[in-house]
Each structure stands twice: as structure tokens, then as C-alpha cells.
Design a binder for this molecule. Structure first.
Ligand code: F6R
Length: 608
């Protein structure tokens, strides 16, 4: 989604801004622009399309100046054109604004400003905000921004510069992530730490309602009423290598191959084999509190929602606590029944997904305890929940979530184990589960070593127009996730279904052109899924089956099979998802798709 970067210091701003925007390309965007101040006013350069279009423009007309702001825009208000690209200027052309989020009352403000003689050059809510700030500006940019923000409703992360204050960047946040980078005699603002990581690892995370004023000799955080708010400086632990491709063709492939390590990191330090349980101090919940919950709601979006569904199977099976899984976007506007005996678990890779964040706030407002399973350290959800676990999967740059998904499932497995041991799971069963968890990283590695087998399958099936994914029990969500991975990066229409549900409708689609991927490990529902495979075969469907090593029955029926190492029934999703990730990756590459930045998608969905 949109990216913000800003700079003030002794160096030329343009290249710092462009490099920062490049680092945020993975978030998804459709136009880009920068504004730089020098002695002759605000210089704006912007272009629709990829960053390379802006870079081409800059080759002939690079603005000089040591203070500036840059933006990648993911269109919400108005088409992805150059006039709609940020930065936007106020009526006088002195003030430049970049903005992530949506100003909900922009229409009303626009009309009022038009009546006062303002002319707009774009369809954006951001230009409205720029004009509003311009109206308030007499000689103090900081106060003008603060005054304008009192009038604004909606979500924003903004950075503002003004040619009459050529040493100041003003930033503000409400509902859209923003951080300050503290360098040596230079300061940055960014919506994503990756934009500034090559310059500094010291960051200050802004909270909603806060502003920051950056000058060459220092920075100050404030809010709309108080001019000084004390904030801690945090150190970012990951380094540049984690956000670079490291020899892989795409981030997605790199992240799929990182899974033995990323899953190991998720589990590391939590599993107590002797006691057959998991130590999850981050949840901030005592054993008595955990035992008291008589219901759990897991809320998330997209791939994280699929992980949540797997969590539902795990927790109910192991701990016998009723679980509901809710799309965060639905949960936030429903009237959910919540009380203090209900635990809400929010799952998010980015920790910034607007719907999931709103669901957390709603859950807390209604008196429930909310914990988070979040990957990005210091993200908004991580800071707002009552407790939680960091996934420790490392930076995930590819838009299609892969390693974070398996870390989410790993974290849910640990939550299930902890709850189950407090209820009726024996220490021996707990130990078995831990041993199975600990074997997973090596088993994933064995699967990855056989990536060429999957590549061959992709070569065979990559021209398909549709694809069906079927699974049962805990592997039904894996079918959903397999289908999502395929459609989002290869644009092949794909659907996931519980295998038995197929005969209630989707079976009509099956003919000799339809690949049907079965997730069919040797588990409690194996014999049932064999019947479903027969049903597809009878209609000439092309069956691709993921089966457990040693399986012969399905292998006889399927056109192609891929074997999975043996594991605990509830942990098969972690192994089965890996070949499905590889399959979508290779199919997308063969179809010439932009794997890391699929069309219309954004890595972190910070608007509703
Ligand atoms: C799909 C994908 C998305 C995200 C969803 C939630 O590959 O990545 O469906 O899972 O946008 O994002 P997070 O987990 O950051 O809240």
C-alpha cells in the first residue's frame, strides 16, 4: 500500500527519497513522486506507473535540495494518473503534502474551499488536505498542520514541507503507520522501516494522534494539543540483507526457502519438552486466566485468516475450547457477543492491517482480552494488544504471504498446546506434539529439496484457466490458502472447498480440463477423501494429490502426486502448504507474472 519517506539533513534528498521508495516497492503502488525544497521553492516530480517512470524523469531534471518527501501511491480517491500522484501542493504552491490513508470528509472540505476560491488539479483527498493546511499557514507550518488536522476525519499518515520553512518536515499519524528515523545529524520519516534502514536503525514509532517536527538539528514529537510528548527510541534488529533478495529471483521464492529457519525461529525458546507444553509469556495471561476463557475468537484477513481457521481446528481438537474465526472486516462492524471470558486472538503479518486493527480495538472496547500473533515488531497491532507472540519469521517482502503463514500456524499450534495442557492433554501427548513440531523445519527442508518436482508439475499445468483445491478437516483451510496463492500471483481462477462439499455445486465444473489439487495426507479422514478423489476421476478431472509418504491408494488414482513427510495430523497444513506455495510461484513465473508485486495488490492493507 502507499509508502511515505521524508528526509532532512546535510545530504542531497532526491536519491535518498528514491532509494527509500524503491525499498517500499514491494508494498504495491501505481504511481510515485517526490518534492524537494531548495532556494527556489518546492520542486515536484511525479509519474504514473512504476518507480522507473519517475527515475526516468529525474534523469533529465533532478531537483537539488537537502530536504524533501517522497511517496508511492496505491489509488483510492481518483485513478492512478500523474496528476493524482503525490506530492500535492496547496493553493499557493508553497506547501507539499504526501499522505497515506483516506480523509473521509474530504468532499465537504473540498466544497467549502472551492467556495473560498480554491482550484484543485487532482481528484484526491490529499490535495484537499494540502489546501486546508495552506489556508491555516501564516508563518508556522507546524501549527498550520495541527490546525488543519482538527478539521479532518479519517485515517492518515502525512509528511509536509513548505518552501518558507526550508529546514522543517512535519509529519502526523492517525490510523496509518509512521515512524521517525533518528540518524547522525539527519532525520527521516517513513511509513515502513525498510525505507530508511540503510541510513539508521534507531526509530521512534508514532502513535495515533501524534505529530513529529523534524529539523536538521533535532526532532520533537507532539500531539494536537501538547507541544512535547516523550517517546522511546527503538532499535530495529533486522538488517538490510533480510530485505534483499540474496541471490533468489524473487522475494517470494527466497521467503518460501527461508521456512525451515523462520519456523524454527517462531518455535525457538517456547517449547518445554519435559513438561510437554509451551511457555508463552508474551501473552501476559496466567494459567488461571487462560483456563477461565470459555470461548475464543480468532480474527484476521486473507492468508492470516486461513491460518486462523487452522487454529480453530487445532484448539478445538486439542483444548476443547469453542473457537470462532471471524473476518476482521466483518467483526468490526458486527455486534459480536463478547465478554471477559472470551479471548480474542488477532493474527497479522504486518501488524498494520486496518480491519484487523479495528477488530482489536472493538474487542478491547467491549471488554474482551485481545492478544496478537504478529510478525512486524513495533507495528500498531503489536503495540495495542494486551499481549501476544511475535512470529519472528523475519521481514516478509513478497506480497504473497508464505513464511509468515507457516509461522502463524506454528504459533497457533503452541497456543493450542498450552491451552490443551491446562485442560486435558497428557504430558506424553504434549511431548509427542512437541517432537512433531520440532521435526517440521527439517521436513520442510526435505520438501524444498524436491522443488524441481513441483516445477515440473507447474510446467504441465500452468496454462489451466481454472483450478480447484480440495481438502478435509484441518486441511480444508490449506485448500483455501493454496487457491488464494495461485489466484493472487498467477491470475488463474482458483477455488478452495472442503472436499465433500464439492458434490453440492463445484462438481459441475469438473471436466477433462480441470486440475483438482487434493490435500490428502494419511489422517483420520483419509478414506473419505479417497472417495472424493474417485468422484473427480469419474468425471475425468485431472487429479494432483499431496499424499503422505508410502501412500499407494491415491497414487493409483491421481494423475500426479507429491509426497509429504509423516507428521502429527494437526500439523500437516504446515508441510502441505509448502508445495502449494512453490506450485503457485512456478506457475506465475511461467505465465510471466510479476510475482513479488501482483497487480492491484498491496503488502500491507492500511485502508478499509
Ligand atoms: C495473501 C496475503 C494477504 C494478507 C492479508 C492480511 O498472500 O498476504 O491476504 O494475508 O492482507 O495481512 P496481514 O497478515 O499483514 O494482516
Amino acid at each position: 500500500m502507499c509508502g511515505i519517506v521524508g528526509y532532512v539533513g546535510p545530504r542531497q534528498a532526491t536519491s535518498i527519497l528514491v532509494d527509500g521508495l524503491r525499498r517500499m516497492e514491494y508494498r504495491g503502488y501505481d504511481s510515485a513522486g517526490i518534492a524537494v525544497i531548495n532556494g527556489t521553492g518546492v520542486k515536484i516530480r511525479k509519474a504514473a506507473g512504476k518507480l522507473s517512470a519517475l527515475v526516468d524523469k529525474l534523469k533529465t531534471e533532478t531537483p537539488d535540495g537537502t530536504i524533501g518527501v517522497g511517496h508511492t501511491r496505491w489509488a483510492t480517491h481518483g485513478a492512478p494518473t500523474t496528476p493524482n500522484a503525490h506530492p500535492h501542493l496547496d493553493q499557493t504552491g508553497r506547501i507539499a503534502v504526501i499522505h497515506n490513508g483516506i480523509i473521509e470528509n474530504a468532499g465537504t472540505i473540498r466544497k467549502a474551499l472551492q467556495m473560498r476560491g480554491h482550484n484543485f488539479k487532482s481528484e484526491t483527498d490529499t490535495e484537499v488536505l494540502a489546501h486546508l493546511i495552506g489556508e491555516y499557514d501564516t508563518d508556522n507550518l507546524e501549527e498550520a498542520v495541527a490546525s488543519a488536522l482538527w478539521d479532518v476525519e479519517g485515517a492518515y499518515g502525512i509528511a509536509v514541507i513548505c518552501s518558507e520553512e526550508p529546514g522543517t518536515v512535519v509529519a502526523a499519524r492517525n490510523g496509518s503507520p509512521l515512524l521517525i528515523g533518528v540518524g547522525d545529524g539527519e532525520y527521516f520519516v517513513a511509513s515502513d522501516a525498510s525505507a530508511i534502514l540503510e541510513h539508521t536503525r534507531s526509530v521512534v514509532y508514532l502513535d495515533d494522534g501524534e505529530m513529529a517536527v523534524l529539523k536538521r538539528d533535532g526532532y520533537r514529537v507532539r500531539n494536537l494539543t501538547e507541544t512535547h510528548v516523550e517517546k522511546p527510541v527503538n532499535q530495529i534488529e533486522w538488517d538490510l540483507a533480510t530485505i534483499e533478495r540474496g541471490g533468489y529471483d524473487h522475494f517470494m521464492l527466497k521467503e518460501i526457502f527461508e521456512q525451515p529457519e523462520s519456523l524454527h525461529n517462531t518455535l525457538r525458546g517456547h517449547l518445554l519438552e519435559d513438561e510437554g507444553t509451551a511457555r508463552l509469556r508474551g501473552l501476559n495471561l496466567s494459567d488461571d486466566e487462560l483456563k477461565r476463557f470459555d470461548r475464543i475468537i480468532i480474527t484476521a484477513c486473507g492468508t492470516s485468516w486461513h491460518a486462523a481457521l487452522i487454529g480453530e481446528y487445532m484448539i478445538e481438537e486439542m483444548a476443547r475450547v469453542p473457537v470462532e474465526v471471524e473476518y476482521a472486516s466483518e467483526f468490526r462492524y458486527r455486534n459480536p457477543v463478547l465478554d471477559d471470558r472470551c479471548l480474542v486472538i488477532a493474527i497479522s503479518q504486518s501488524g498494520e492491517t486496518a480491519d484487523t486493527l479495528a477488530a482489536v480495538r472493538e474487542a478491547k472496547r467491549r471488554g474482551a482480552r485481545a492478544v496478537g500473533l504478529v510478525n512486524v515488531v513495533g507495528s500498531t497491532i503489536a503495540r495495542e494488544v494486551d499481549g501476544g507472540l511475535y512470529l519472528r519469521a523475519g521481514a516478509e517482502i513478497g506480497v504473497a504471504s508464505t513464511k509468515a503463514f507457516n509461522s502463524q500456524v506454528g504459533a497457533l499450534a503452541m497456543v493450542s498446546l498450552r491451552l490443551a495442557r491446562l485442560k486435558n492433554l497428557s504430558v506424553l501427548q504434549g511431548r509427542d506434539f512437541i517432537r512433531a513440531l520440532n521435526r517440521l523445519p527439517d521436513q520442510i527442508k526435505q520438501i524444498l529439496d524436491r522443488a524441481p518436482e513441483i516445477e515440473r508439475l507447474a510446467t504441465k499445468y500452468h496454462k489451466a484457466g481454472n483450478c480447484l483445491y480440495l481438502g478435509r478437516g484441518v486441511n480444508f483451510p490449506v485448500a483455501l490458502e493454496g487457491a488464494l496463492k495461485l489466484k493472487e500471483i498467477s491470475y488463474i481462477h482458483a477455488e478452495g472447498y472442503p472436499a465433500a462439499e464439492m458434490k453440492h455445486g463445484p462438481i459441475a465444473l469438473i471436466d477433462e480440463n480441470m486440475p483438482v489439487v487434493f490435500i490428502a495426507p494419511k489422517d483420520a479422514v483419509y478414506s473419505k477423501i479417497v472417495s472424493n478423489v474417485e468422484e473427480v476421476k469419474a468425471r475425468k478431472g485431472r487429479v494432483i494429490a499431496l499424499v503422505t509418504e508410502g501412500d499407494v491408494e491415491i497414487a493409483k488414482l491421481a494423475e500426479d502426486t507429491f509426497t509429504l513427510p509423516q507428521t502429527h495430523d494437526l500439523l500437516t497444513p504446515i508441510l502441505a502448504s509448502v508445495p502449494l506455495q512453490l506450485f503457485s510461484y512456478y506457475v506465475a513465473v511461467l505465465r510471466g507474472c510479476n510475482v513479488d508485486q501482483p497487480r492491484n495488490l498491496a503488502k500491507s492493507v492500511t485502508v478499509e
